[in-house]
Ligand binder design. Sequence first.
Ligand SMILES: [Zn+2]
Ligand SMILES: [Zn+2]
Length: 169
Amino acid sequence: MKIRLKSLKEGHQILEYSSSRSDLNLTDNYFNSPITITLSINKGSTEISINGEIQTIADLECDRCLSLFQQTLKSSFKIILSQIDPGAMNCDENIISFSSNTSEVDIIPQIRDALILSVPLKKLCRKSCKGLCPKCGANLNIEKCKCDTTFIDSRWEPLKKLLINVKEE
Ligand SMILES: [Zn+2]
Ligand SMILES: [Zn+2]
């Protein structure tokens, strides 16, 4: 996605785009729904500030029960386009320098980063997901299996003995 600098007017404006996984070169298979991008742009004489809001519905797989579910993801990003060259001091990748000859600026990397960051680390179909039975693999949200999963962690055995000894003394 490229912003044509010549077509921007001075002052504030809002641009809306509907994008897709292939437009943004996203390789994750989370993003199959349209990706809405809203840009709030302020154009000054030497600087253009862009506040972007992204929203989409992601296809995720539950970490506990492995079922597929959809979740709305929202993210935002900020870019400053500046005609003043920050030189070697520029360590902020959200500041992009441009000259009066620059006709367009590609903002796909910023959109992609913001989207990928919005994917939750822990993907759960619901907070109370019961997951799969460790013995038979049954989805415990749907069915109740007859497996006995109350096992004693052997690491606690020595401690247990200790407790018994204390009682006996
Ligand atoms: Zn689940
Ligand atoms: Zn089971």
